[in-house]
Design a protein around this ligand. Sequence first.
Ligand code: T1G
Length: 698
Amino acid sequence: MGERPVVQYAVEDGIAVITIDNPPVNALGAGVSDGIVAGVDRANADPAVKAIVLIGAGRSFIAGADIRRFGTKRETPARRSYDALEGGGKPVVAAIHGYALGGGLENALCCTWRIAVPSAKVGLPEVLIGILPGGGGTQRLPRLIGAKAALEMISTGRHVPAPEAKALGIIDALVDGDLRSAAIAFARDVAGKPLRRIGEMPPPAAEPGMFEMARKAIARKARNQKAPYHCIAAVEAATRLPFTEGIAEEKRLFGELENSDEARALRYAFFAEREVARLPHLPKDAPTPEIRTMAVVGAGTMGGGIAMSCADAGLPVKLLDASAETLERGLRRIRDNYAVSVKRGSLTQAEMDQRLTLIEPVESYADIADCDAVIEAVFEQIAVKEQVFAELDHAMKPGALLFSNTSAIDIDKIAAATKRPQDVAGTHFFAPANVMKLFEVVEGSATAPATMLAAMKLGRAIGKVSAYAGNCDGFVANRSRIPFTMEQNLMVEEGALPEQIDRVMVEFGYPMGPFAVNDLSGLDVSYQTRRRRKAEDPDYRMLPVPDQLVEMGRKGQKTGAGWYRYEPGDRMPHPDPEVARIIQEVAAENGIAQRAFSDEEVLQRLLFGSINEACKMIAEGKCLRASDLDVMWLNGFGFPRYRGGLMFWADGIGAREIYNQIAAWHQRYGARWAPAPLLREAAEKGGLLRELRAPQLQ
Ligand code: T1G
């Protein structure tokens, strides 16, 4: 039995049905466009055929061009499916379920009619992978729905739910029940009716200044990027040029983007965020227990945010706290958070009420005993964790999964407080837990594969990006961040000013610099952490400058001063000569010579240490893939997405140059800059850092 063709053709009662069958999402891979062209030509040539239906098999219509093919040599097809669909003599009905994205929607826009099931989503998300719609979408969509609405869709790349797409005029009818038979019936109805060709519609009007305003609006967010501006230029062309010239302009702009650094980085990030979900080192047949009911222990800030994440995803959750007072305070904080979203319009009152019904406050372990899984989010002290896990071990039903949201405590120590360490893993959220997408799943030495797989799946189910981490101090994400924070503070002692370091990182693409972020989250939090660390490790390197700031009462925005000073009611950071004076004093007291720093050295000192640490963690098997670390920095630390991630960015410089610089700093600054053997190896072999993988994946 030969391979099933990616495009199938059938005729039913005079209606030709062209089915795209290219799993998993019917991307326009090899043979798909040609298959559509052949199907349309065949239908148009068959007098028995009155109309045509274009539909997707499996879970989706068409999710766009095959992203893997970008940047590779591709033959230009003689005729593209867009031209065949729009140019034929018989009506074509696009029948949409799942996703019609990118080239998928562009093919649908070339059909005469579009119908969809209410759960479908349509969009032109090309800007999210650093390009623009290259199948006529920038010229046809504005003609169909107007320049303003089209510009919003193309410059945001958002997936538009079918009911809204109907309201916009993209979808002609919403259908329930079996889509295929509904489409055939619809096609029969429109057979013989005049054909509508969007390409023949006049250029849409443009509101005066709308494109200038659009450029200004994205200036901050699209810093250093090209694709968002090209998207605006392409839609602007649709309002100025006849269709054929507009298509040529779209093609020209697309050509400028396809192989740009930005597009290659965003494509890498797209696939890295899919790869991170895989744990190939676990047995293939390991089961993944279903988690239908959740519990969270600890109604503090993190516990409340975790409960919200579950409720936001429709997962019922019991929120347990030993004290009724803390529980009530936790619930109030949850209600207040939702109320802010309702006020901002990102949530309706009905949605807020519905989510609150999914969060059930309880006061005893017996109340959560039946839940499939529980996440502990209590105070970050081993004794407290051990006591909670002993309670859970006693109360929870057999087979229940016991997760800890600890950000630093040894998972094996926590698991040892139970008689079922195989059911224990770390599920590390990043603050605020209901907002940040990163979800680190930490494997203890006794954690069963099923427990790991269930935790990874839980993360995806609550809208997070699940990433594997081995059990070590700071796990993977925070451990990779320690050199960044250390160098940030040490450079200040050596003469770099906070405002220079922040400017370098903002110009690099971060929304805020690290010192401004410290002031936002409060300097006293890390001050306490340093005290605890020093108590545990006498050799721990203290940071006298931020310590002095805190001891002077400069705890950040909340006290009107930290690394910067703030005007009352204003979050704008203002450089403060007082801080510069403290820095010079501390440097003098510690005999640290001060000097000027180039912006390049500032950037490299901040990021090279984390690259080095990443190589160590990969070699230790704590981080499975360099691309996982990139996913963590993109979803946990706000690393500029159009740079792909830390290791992808590092490859732009090259392992050899990075190794040489680190080796030089090793000479100058000592052990903290000892080059990782895996980095040296990559430097010697000329390997790509983003392709580094842990021993267990070799
Ligand atoms: N090309 C190649 N592979 C794709 C793909 C695509 N367009 N979309 C998904 N996959 C793979 C993905 O890697 C994964 O593989 C599997 O499908 C399931 O995906 C001419 C230029 C559709 C919303 O940007 O946003 O058209 O890991 O895990 O969470 O103008 O996939 O299993 O091996 O993400 O349910 C425009 C990209 C292309 C859409 C489904 N289209 N895809 O999400 O599943 S450019 C896009 C998505 C274009 C034209 C231009 C999502 C999804 P694997 P998944 P999901």
